[in-house]
Design a binder for this molecule. Structure first.
Ligand code: ADP
Length: 319
């Protein structure tokens, strides 16, 4: 194998740069050419790609975002789009592709692998930590730390005013970020899309806690569980407690990656390049229980990851 390519796709996440850098430098170390495709599948269709040298990936390990750019691409969801994408790879002599992205991006990669037998290694790049078969995705640690930072600040002001603070965090179908940041931020209530909750019950129990002298309460809500504003309005309407909502938004996607995200992304990037070079294909590489694992690409995109029941239990016990 003489030449591989790397792209980032879908929602960006801190650590994508570290992963792409490791793919590129490992390939070059092994004497293999490496192409960087800009803006995910969109760039592949537009032939927006170039060969990378070691220096092209210098000075990026510390940056959030992705130096390759990322995009969403509707055409990739059509057979015609994928045919053109395959053509654009083959005509440059590219023999393997590493796709760094979330669930959707990996699904797109799986189709290319299935339809053309094209060698693909997926890396989980998403802050949501929602890829099946692994307990870590590149960027989730930085995002959780960003949320903790916000929680620390919100606690100061909530305590000063005896307020209920509702913090809405990202997570449309997966509550991992809310759960982990809620546990480490000491939230009283954590609302996730995977678990039923009763706003009436929460409201009456927090009102009782205020009666007992509690100074403030923090509720972390994953966007897929409820709108933070709706939770805030409900509590404000049914109690006399001052309630405020804070929606963290895209701040959660950015920032310098943490040590964990940099080291893990680097190792996954290295392993992805080595896997392609040695002829392995059709898998997503990730971490599970502290070790690199290889998960079948089809399985990864066709199963829904569940929240860790031990974390759910812990949240309940500690709240
Ligand atoms: P993420 O990778 O962060 O989950 P998206 O779900 O937006 O982000 O997916 C990114 C891109 O991956 C899409 O714009 C599309 O090009 C491709 N993609 C997503 N789902 C599919 C699918 N079912 N079939 C083919 N391509 C897909």
């Amino acid at each position: 194998l003489k030449s591989i390519a790397v792209m980032t796709s879908g929602g960006d996440s801190p650590g994508m740069n570290a992963a792409a850098r490791a793919v590129a430098r490992t390939a070059l170390y092994e004497g293999v050419h490496v192409w960087g495709i800009n803006d995910g599948y969109h760039g592949l269709l537009e032939e927006d790609m170039r060969e990378l040298q070691s220096m092209d990936v210098g000075d990026i390990i510390q940056r959030g975002g992705t130096f390759l750019g990322t995009a969403r691409c509707k055409r990739w969801q059509t057979p015609e789009g994928r045919r053109l994408g395959h053509e654009n790879l083959v005509k440059r002599g590219i023999e393997g592709l590493c796709v760094i992205g979330g669930d959707g991006s990996l699904r797109g990669a799986q189709l290319l692998s299935e339809e053309y037998g094209f060698p693909i290694i997926g890396l989980p790049g998403t802050i949501d930590n929602d890829v099946w078969g692994m307990d870590y995705t590149i960027g989730c640690d930085t995002a959780a730390n960003t949320i903790i930072d916000a929680i620390n600040k919100l606690r100061d002001t909530a305590s000063a005013h005896r307020r209920v603070i509702v913090l809405e965090v990202m997570g449309r179908s997966c509550g991992w970020l809310a759960l982990v940041s809620g546990i480490s931020g000491g939230a009283e209530y954590i609302l996730v899309p995977e678990e039923k909750f009763d706003l009436e019950e929460i409201t009456s129990s927090l009102a009782a806690a205020y009666e007992r002298g509690k100074r403030y309460i923090l509720i972390v809500v994953a966007e897929g569980a409820a709108k933070g504003q709706d939770v805030c309005d409900y509590i404000a309407k049914h109690t006399d407690i001052e309630t405020r909502v804070s929606v963290l938004g895209h701040i959660q996607r950015g920032g310098a990656p943490t040590v964990i995200d940099r080291v893990r992304a680097s190792q996954l990037g290295e392993q992805a390049a080595l896997a392609l070079i040695s002829g392995i294909s059709g898998v997503v590489l990730g971490y599970s229980k502290g070790h690199v694992v290889s998960v079948n690409l089809y399985d990864a995109v066709n199963n829904k990851k569940k929240l860790d029941p031990e974390y759910l239990h812990l949240a309940k016990v500690l709240s």
